[in-house]
Design a protein around this ligand. Sequence first.
Ligand code: ADP
Ligand code: MG
Length: 439
Amino acid sequence: MNAVAPLSLAPLLDVQGVNKSFRKPDGDELVVLENVNLSLRPGEIVGLLGRSGSGKSTLLRCIAGLDPPTGGAVNYLGQEVLAPAAGITMVFQSFALFPWLTVLQNVQLGLEALGVPEAEMRRRSLQAIDLIGLDGFESAYPRELSGGMRQRVGFARALVVHPSILLMDEPFSALDVLTAETLRSDFLDLWGEGQLPIKAVLMVTHNIEEAVQMCDRLLIFSTNPGRVVSEIHVDLPQPRHAHDPRFRALIDRVYVEMTVRPAAARSSKAERFPGTGIGTALTHVSSNVLQGLMEAVNEPPYNGKADLPAIAQELHMEVDDLFPAAEALQLLRFAEVEGGDMRLTEAGLQFARDDGDERKKLFARHLITYVPLAAHVRRVLDERSTHSARKSRFADELEDYMSEEAAEETLRTIISWGRYAEVFAYDDSHQAFSLENPV
Ligand code: ADP
Ligand code: MG
């Protein structure tokens, strides 16, 4: 960034107070983004780090001009973005390449809409293909390419238009670990050498290591609604090494930021839905994962208290697995999470020590006491003479508070936990809860 003259440091992109809500089937509003502010300056790679469902893709679509915000504004080079802007392109998690077109033809598609002359189109496309490491594959068809190479075609298609801003929506997350690593480091090399025809990058990820690896600045995004809650500068030179203590320290810091905020976000949600207590959306975490996590934290060297990055690494859990699991344990009062550490409560320690039946009883007690929806389902079943109730009955209720998908996921979670604890049974074929097995 130091080579850039101060004047050109005016933001390329300025997102001001962006709100976005969707209308739910029942007519209520689902607020996905609330007062999002961010800017992107020339020479920067900025990372947007948040969990799945926090509105990251929605925000990128607003920025790209694909879907207008409900409130606030996106300004690109001082102009409000009201339609797809020529200088902004997007790299997706995976691209829909046309199977009947060659690599070259697929890449050229990026330019066809711009009315670039044929020869120029071919020249630029070959250049982009070459740049992104697909030299020699111009005439190949997508089916002849590996997943990593197909994603490279996607990058070439986005780069061929020479955008100022490249938006990347989890561009490496559909690739296997090694392929993702190669593509990431190739991208960083090209960027570092100034070979990419772009000025700045805004990338969405839920992979903390990837974010610290690639970005100059990280914006931590909260869930429900999506909002930028903190910003972390990554002042490490490239190439960065994951074993560098400074790299590890930054990873720790991101974990701390990400574990502090969701609790705050949850309470604001509770305030918006006071009263019933059943309106808390649950991310699906199976009871097996909860058991495994408590066992791992109880064991040496942790002995009941573990650093989240360490446990994530040991159990191969990513943000989207670990954070929901940590939150579920907090909700169930089996653990407390603070400052990037997870500490088992007395009950959590007891659970880890107990076996089979004792565990189930302890889990059942906490489930009924601390998860209002579980208590509610059980109460309805107890009160009915048939001791059964269709899932749709609860889905309807939950949809007053959350989207249809969130209600479905919340019920899936309750089913997993309730079955494990034998608080109620669930019949998949009839989509109904019952008290058939439980006492
Ligand atoms: P992320 O990319 O962070 O995983 P998304 O932006 O895809 O999150 O989605 C955020 C929330 O917005 C989700 O609850 C999703 O169901 C909802 N959502 C996204 N697009 C739409 C849409 N077109 N209509 C209704 N709800 C939507
Ligand atoms: Mg997304």
